[in-house]
Write a protein that binds this ligand. Structure first.
Ligand code: NAP
Length: 324
């Protein structure tokens, strides 16, 4: 009895196309990656865990036997490993569970990928850096400030150690099509923008580079396609949008995009003590991707955030997006 639910058959029409397994395909980035490969003609196998969907497989990636069974069954050409616990405060509260997923499951996946000859693309984060000396190149020394960043760095090392030719793609804070505004740390600001009757303070110290998941997904596909042709394309890559913004600036831009008032938004210019440390500015230097012509032009923040949030405007509420 396999430890995952079969939902799709390898005999489906695109069986002759290259195949990709997307872990975390129910999540914010995984949904965009799934769609990007699918629209480019790949045979796509997506896995989720608690959020089940038609056409996706349910697989607990912390179950080694389940991972082995999954890879032996599908032997994908490429694996894009998006699944992770990416909320730093949750990682602090449930550290062992997060390490099981972010580190140990990555290790298992990397070993099994190597055994099957699959190319592994591991999604990582700018939180592997301490944010004190930006911008950060791919070879700059990581120094994560919190447990989440450390677990993702360990995950990188497991991927590279156990799977020859593995790719690591580090990305900053993400937004995109969301199932609820609170799903991403960017779209959640929509709730603050709407509460215009009350003043609201927002961080104006930490510099961020909000990046659209559709752009990251396109980079994942380009990287995978190139690496399949050229084995010298391996190791660590960075991708990021270029617009530098604090949470306060993002909220003001959201208000402007929807012609809403922003007077109630107050910039908080001093860093308050926080239980989970976060880097002040972990801007990524993305030149390695750019030199290989594997980057994409990031979408401008204002139009991309409007794409993500219009389903939540009052008259469009009935059209909230649901994947699959
Ligand atoms: P997300 O929306 O929280 O999705 C997490 C995914 O992991 C979900 O599909 C979830 O499945 C799956 N998952 C959780 N536990 C699992 C388990 N035990 N077995 C199998 N799957 C499990 O995360 P995301 O924002 O898309 O993040 C994708 C990647 O980008 C992560 O590697 C993250 O570190 C990185 N990243 C994210 C951000 C960001 O701002 N979001 C920034 C930088 C880097 P179910 O929901 O079905 O349980």
């Amino acid at each position: 009895m396999p430890g995952f639910d079969f939902g799709i058959s390898k005999e489906e029409p695109m069986a002759l196309s290259p195949s990709v397994l997307v872990t975390g395909a129910t999540g914010l980035l995984g949904r965009a990656v799934y769609r990007e490969f699918q629209k480019s003609g790949w045979f796509v196998i997506g896995t989720g865990y608690r959020r089940t969907r038609p056409n996706l497989l349910r697989c607990d990636l912390t179950d080694e036997e389940a991972v082995r069974g999954l890879l032996q069954e599908y032997k994908p050409d490429v694996i894009v490993h998006c699944a992770a616990e990416r909320r730093p405060d949750v990682v602090d509260r449930h550290t062992q569970a997060a390490i099981n997923l972010n580190v140990h499951a990555t290790s298992t996946l990397a070993r099994e990928a190597a055994a099957c000859g699959s190319l592994l693309l591991y999604i990582s984060t700018d939180y592997v850096f301490d944010g004190r000396n930006p911008p950060y190149g791919e070879d700059d020394g990581p120094n994560p400030l919190n447990v989440y960043g450390r677990s993702k760095l360990e995950g990188e090392r497991e991927a590279l150690r156990h799977c020859p030719g593995a790719l690591v793609l580090r990305v900053p804070i993400l937004f995109g099509e969301v199932e609820s505004a609170s799903e991403s740390a960017v779209t959640v600001l929509w709730l603050k923008v709407q509460e215009s009757a009350e003043s609201c303070t927002l961080d104006h110290c930490q510099q961020r580079f909000p990046t659209d998941t559709r752009d990251v997904a396109a980079v994942c596909r380009k990287l995978a396609e190139r690496a399949r042709q050229d084995p010298s394309v391996r190791g660590v890559f960075h991708f990021s949008a270029k617009e530098q913004m604090t949470k306060y600036e993002m909220a003001v831009a959201i208000a402007q995009a929807f012609n809403l008032p922003s007077n109630h938004l107050i910039p908080l210019t001093e860093q308050l003590p926080a239980s989970t440390l976060r880097p002040t500015n972990s801007r990524l230097n993305c030149s390695r991707l750019e030199l290989l012509n594997l980057s994409v032009q990031p979408r401008p923040f204002t139009s991309a955030i409007a794409d993500a949030l219009w389903p939540f405007t009052p008259d469009k509420r009935w059209r909230q997006t649901v994947f699959h």
